[in-house]
Design a binder for this molecule. Structure first.
Ligand SMILES: Cc1cc2nc3c(=O)[nH]c(=O)nc-3n(C[C@H](O)[C@H](O)[C@H](O)COP(=O)(O)OP(=O)(O)OC[C@H]3O[C@@H](n4cnc5c(N)ncnc54)[C@H](O)[C@@H]3O)c2cc1C
Ligand code: SF4
Length: 433
């Protein structure tokens, strides 16, 4: 697949490099890096363990707070989370590369000891069963916690590939599909059942409610939003996440005929696809954003990196029209609102990165309340929805955040589901006594 042509931006540290970086840590008492980690990993503790050559202990510390500590180490926007909070930012020294140390600990410890050796022992079987719909990070996080607590866990995934956007959306220079799947294989060792090619519909969800003791909704977001412009479909026009998925998952997908590409949008998905196209050899990649560049929601460090790779950013510009000639060559009309005039230009590929739709049918079928934007409403302390046998988390609740937020929400929901299952079991025991 095409993504394998793109190099890892932050490869695995050598033992010497990890030791050198870990020994720079000041092991701060009120470590700000911890409070900026949504899963509250004890960062100074695991860094100290690496410095003391206790790699297994470091991985145990990480996984105690975050069962997807491997992929989070690689995909987290650490620049705005733990690394961005490191006290070294107030000095002339570079902040500690926490993500790279985290990857080193989990990857090396798993290789040496096996994944299960890094987790606590599973509790005895509870006899309770939980169904999780969707196999993205939120569900894997919840499933791992529930399996450790002794519950039977089954994940239902509509696609042939597990992992959600962690496998099929993340920029290849951070994490490739094969490595996201590797982590899923580790987690599966906990006895989590995965049913692929298994879409749960509004009609079939009722049978899960009957068969399982609790339900977790981790369906993420839906299809890419499209623009309401005539002829903006057909060959060469893509939704951004659909295009990224092809780059990561379609062995026959080829971009060799694409010389000029235009990406519409200003968020992280727009920047990711523009950057990926450039790294895959597309000569001219231009991002068109309808407001000022300073208003773009994409991270500044990602914008800088894409620009360094040669992506051109054009602000105050809007796609207005797409026309194909008899040879299927595409020409677009772009309106420049700062100059108040339009121009026409040729293109071989248009990627629309203007957001994703919400998936609401399952929530509606389950009687789960949604907010006015179609997001599932949950109690933040428990992840529980308005249907008291249904929990939820991740992008379908937030409207789109980061993998690490999904992991934390999965963890919170799992603990609440566990409390509910235990109380149900106790009630049943009292009733039968
Ligand atoms: C292009 C892109 C790049 C990103 N890059 C980063 C990054 O670098 N770092 C980062 O931290 N975050 C990144 N994110 C965000 C991150 O990927 C998401 O926040 C995270 O994956 C959300 O997890 P989730 O489990 O809620 O949903 P998802 O990962 O979307 O998983 C939902 C799963 O549910 C399945 N599903 C849906 N409906 C059904 C159904 N009816 N039956 C069965 N299965 C169903 C879907 O097929 C999917 O597999 C990125 C997002 C995008 C779009
Ligand atoms: S803030 Fe930086 S120096 Fe302090 S404990 Fe965290 S990583 Fe170490």
């Amino acid at each position: 697949v095409l993504e394998e042509k793109i190099h890892d931006k932050k490869p695995l540290y050598s033992k010497t490099a990890a030791r050198a970086e870990s020994s720079r840590c000041l092991f701060c008492h009120d470590a700000p890096c911890i409070t900026h980690c949504p899963t509250e990993i004890n960062i100074p503790q695991f860094i100290r363990q690496i410095a003391n050559d206790d790699i297994k202990g470091a991985a145990v510390t990480i996984l105690a707070s975050n069962k997807l500590g491997y992929s989070c180490a690689r995909v987290c926007p650490t620049e705005v989370l733990c690394v961005g909070a490191c006290v070294y930012n107030h000095s002339d020294n570079a902040p500690i590369q926490i993500g790279r140390l985290q990857r080193f600990a989990v990857e090396v410890a798993e290789e040496r000891f096996g994944f299960l050796a890094l987790l606590p022992n599973k509790r005895p079987p509870s006899g309770k069963k939980v169904a999780l719909i969707g196999s993205g990070p939120v569900s894997w996080s919840a499933a791992a916690e529930l399996a450790l607590l002794g519950h039977g866990v089954t994940i239902f995934e509509k696609k042939a590939v597990p992992g959600g956007l962690n496998s099929l959306g993340i920029a290849p220079y951070k994490l490739q599909k094969k490595d996201a799947i590797k982590e899923i294989e580790w987690l599966s060792e906990l006895g989590i059942e995965l049913r692929l090619n298994n879409e749960i519909s509004a009609n079939s969800v009722g049978s899960l409610v009957k068969e399982y003791d609790a339900l977790f909704l981790g369906v993420g977001l839906g299809e890419d939003k499209l623009l309401n412009i005539d002829d903006l479909s057909g060959p060469g026009v893509y939704g951004a996440t659909a295009l990224i998925e092809q780059i990561k998952n379609d062995a026959h997908f080829d971009l060799s005929a694409v010389k000029i590409a235009h990406v519409i949008g200003g968020g992280n998905t727009a920047i990711d696809i523009a950057h990926e196209l450039k790294l895959l050899g597309v000569e001219h990649v231009t991002m068109l954003y309808h407001r000022a560049e300073k208003d773009m929601s994409g991270y500044a460090h990602e914008i800088d990196a894409a620009r360094k790779s040669g992506v051109v950013f054009r602000e105050h510009e809007q796609l207005k029209e797409l026309v194909r000639d008899q040879n299927e060559n595409m020409h677009i009309t772009v309106f420049d609102s700062s100059e108040q005039k339009s121009y026409k230009t040729q293109t071989d590929l248009v990627a629309l990165a203007i957001g994703q739709q919400k998936i609401i049918d399952l929530a509606e079928a389950l009687g789960v309340n949604l907010d006015s934007m179609g997001r599932v409403i949950i109690d933040e302390q428990t992840g529980r929805t308005s249907n008291l046998r249904v929990w939820s988390g991740g992008d379908c609740c937030s409207g789109g955040k980061e993998v690490v937020n999904a992991v934390q929400e999965g963890k919170i929901a799992a603990l609440s589901i566990h409390e509910y299952l235990v109380s149900q079991k106790n009630d049943a025991e009292v009733a039968s006594a």
